[in-house]
Design a protein around this ligand. Structure first.
Ligand SMILES: [Zn+2]
Ligand SMILES: [Zn+2]
Length: 292
């Protein structure tokens, strides 16, 4: 008895997420596909390491017109021609989830990760549209601000230069972005923090020489961290963070880490779709965790 030939629906029909993406775009919400691991697709070879200069909407505006889904949130668009173009359709077919660029939609998402964060929000923030997530909620306000992760335990603010997973329209009436949310991402005075977004390298206490091991050991540590990041198939954020933590816990105090080492780690993470911002956050969080 012969088996019936399976009908290959997926290749003939429009990818499921593309329909939702087009409807978001029609409402002025720029979508982008996320791949397995729920992170943006990595950059194409031309865009790797921002060799293309980056997209025109990025912080340091570049000329990149790459037709692919490169540069994470910066690729998100409401243009249906782009969303239905060949490279994008290929990405939609592989996509594991849908995200959007909140800043591009004119909104700010307060991402509450757990019950304690939700309790804080209910006690502190004005009511607005809310969307349930796996463990928490998104509170969505009308208005754009700069994004910042970990503004409080379990709370991220996502608006400009960020992406958020689309979890459905949620419920409630959207209200204007309140000052209490804007204040969450206010930088400390420049005098106190001369380079607020820059990565901090451990203080040089080892006179440039790793005091406990050889440079080969450091190089192997960096290479292992790179490989771990590149090999990750899911939970990219967590893998990047753990890899940074591993490098810093071994070499965070001896002063032998250089910008070149950090660049290698960030490049590996960005090749897996992590944004520069996430890399910086993960690096600084790992340092904080280790008390560096
Ligand atoms: Zn590209
Ligand atoms: Zn590019």
């Amino acid at each position: 008895m012969t088996q019936p030939t399976p009908i290959r629906r997926a290749s003939r029909h429009r990818p499921r997420l593309l329909d939702t993406a087009l409807s978001l775009a029609a409402h002025g919400i720029p979508p982008l596909p996320l791949r397995a691991g729920k992170v943006p697709f990595g950059n194409c070879p031309d865009c790797t390491g921002n060799a293309c200069g980056g997209r025109p909407n990025m912080k340091s505006a570049g000329p990149c017109q790459c037709p692919g889904v490169c540069h994470a949130w910066a690729a998100a668009t409401t243009d249906p021609r782009t969303l239905t173009s060949t490279p994008w359709v290929a990405a939609w077919r592989q996509a594991a989830a849908l995200a959007y660029h909140p800043g591009g939609a004119g909104v700010t998402v307060v991402d509450l990760d757990n019950a304690a964060a939700m309790e804080w929000a209910r006690a502190t923030l004005p009511g607005t549209r809310t969307v349930p997530t796996t463990r928490g909620e998104h509170w969505i306000y009308q208005g754009v601000m700069r994004s910042m992760n970990h503004v409080r335990p379990g709370v991220d603010v996502k608006s400009s230069m960020a992406y958020v997973r689309w979890r459905g329209p949620g419920g409630g009436t959207m209200t204007a972005l309140p000052d209490v949310v804007r204040a969450l991402a206010v930088k400390e005075p420049p005098a106190a923090r001369p380079a607020p977004r820059s990565i901090s390298l451990p203080a040089r206490s080892g006179a440039g020489q790793c005091p406990h091991r050889t440079p080969v050991f450091l190089d192997r540590g960096i290479a292992m961290a790179e490989q771990r990041i590149i090999a990750a198939r899911s939970a990219i954020h967590a893998t990047v963070y753990r890899s940074f933590l591993a490098v810093l816990s071994t070499h965070g105090r001896c002063g032998c880490l250089t910008d070149t080492h950090v660049d290698r780690l960030f490049t590996a993470a960005q090749a897996k779709g992590e944004t520069a911002r996430h890399c910086t956050d993960a690096w600084n969080n790992a340092r904080t965790t280790l008390g560096l």
